[in-house]
Design a protein. Sequence first.
Lengths: 399, 266
Amino acid sequence: MHGLAETASTAAGYAFPNDLHIHWSLMIVLYPYITGIVAGAFIVSSLYHVFHIKALKPIARFSLVFALAFLACATLPLLNHLGHPERALSMMITPNPTSAMAGFGFIYSAYAIVLIMEILFIYRPTMVALKDMSTGFMQKLYNILTIGSDNVSSRALALDHKIISFLAGIGIPMACILHGYVGFIFGGVKANPLWASPLMPVIFLLSACVSGIAGIIVTYMIIMKAKGREVDLECIRTCIKYLWGFFILDFVLEMLEIFAHAYTATHHWHTLHALYSGPLYVSYVVLQVIIFSVIPFLLLTWMNLFRLGDTLVRLFAPLVSLMILFQVLLMRWNVVIGGQLMSKSEKGAVYFHPEWLEKEGIIPAIIIMVLPLVILFVLSKIFPFWQEDDPVAGKSTAG
Amino acid sequence: MKDIQAEISKDRRAFIKKVLGGTIAGSLFLVIPAGAMDIPEQIAGMLEEDGPFITKKKFAFIVDITRCIGCGSCCVADKNEYNVPDGNYRTWVERYVIDVDDNVYVDSPNGGLDGYQVPREDVVQDTIRDTFFVPKLCNMCEKPSCVQVCPVGATYQTDDGFVLIDEKRCVACSYCVQACPYSVRFINPVTKTADKCTWCYHRVRKGLLPACVEVCPVKARLFGDLNDRESEVYKILHQPHVISVLKPGMGNKPSLHYVGLRREVV
């Protein structure tokens, strides 16, 4: 460990002396992973709220709160990564307009506002009912969250519904911008042939959708199992259908990108080829592509082309979703870390293995990934996720 | 009697004091107007520059790889000038070895800081066709990617073309490190901010040459003003030498030029 950059363990060929440091390590792997899950979960909710996919009703509200829980932690890996986190707000107070990174604070904040507003409007009738049922702190909290409005007349709810549709409508392009933009942070680095690709924002966006849907499937099924409730299998089947669709686009574009590199075979390809057959062979070729892309792809194809029995869906839906979640994590690793493993000398590559206890090591990474789930648990005490727990379920037009 | 002796020694002491003081004052009176307090001007016309920015100059750095002997003096001078933490390099020297089968071997152990006193052990000496050294440092690009990507404007370009870092603003996000095509940047583990070669801006402002240029025993590193037609750098860049910049395809337009650059060098 040299200060803020972690040192690569072994060098093959000739790497520039400063390239023996991996400046963006696990924290910057998690950053696009978490924002991707946020964007993807929002898309799930929008499929119901904007595109009226009725089968997704059981998880439509949950997806939004799920997105919020992860959004709340999206900046943590970044702050942990910065050498001077106390100066982080300079990016918003005195931003450099030519920097791709300077936009994050604004895009993130704007998206957070839309997401929180949408949650508050969707839950307004529920919270009005809960306010009357609760006492003390919770009552005060609901009073704040409903902004003091008790009006649940059909006229007020119709207006709410219009606002919700509008927020969900502008939320879709914003979620796409949020994650497409994260892809551009990498895609805009011309000095790095693995990153510098106009496809990078698109691939990041599609993998975001995939990870969000998969994350929702897994969490929904685990919570139902824990609560001893019946999983809505029609909802899961619909999710799996969308997961398949988005994953086809995601996986095909990921492969097309590398084929385009290989086919055009510019001098960059020689570096990339050395990388994929060297330091990235296991994490990219074996794990990301063969095990965690091809197998889920075949499974999803099978699950969608044939009507599977309920037991098989209960077994394979969480399994394939977990595999996809891992695929996206591997993709983030192979892009973020992989891009730094080849030296800009174009003559050498380095190997990198994260440490457990480093400031940006595996333990902090695990803590940052568990934190959204803790926040989700806290949020579940305020916003009832499921229709069964909702005092006004069925009455709410918002779902 | 004792009183008289004490009086004499007091007078003697006072006399010596006065003579010494007068000598020092007199010397200073003679020496200061003669320019003893001025720093000798190594870059012509620099002392005429006033104001916060240098406006009449267009600086260029030239590395002549046909001259470099890989002694590492430049790296030592740089490390001393900036107290560069171990394992990080503002400048370094690469050793290229090419064998008769055109295999290229490159290394830069410890950035060339210790010089190259021992030949590479993994290359059979009889098969070596050619060897040369390539010093590397900030390319001081006209269109610097590091300045483009810095989210807080901590990395900036002065009007006179220097790319510098304000360590009071840098958040150490490392985006500039990623964006630099030449890998000249690193995060300084002491200041926890981005760091790189500045072409010794603080020395240049005083009319001094960069530290590495000053110590190079074979004039492999040259620095000067391209607006001065009498300067060595102007003459070299306007004579029929083999001159190139690193990675021209990046479009960064480096102000660091290489004389005798070989196609093997990246």
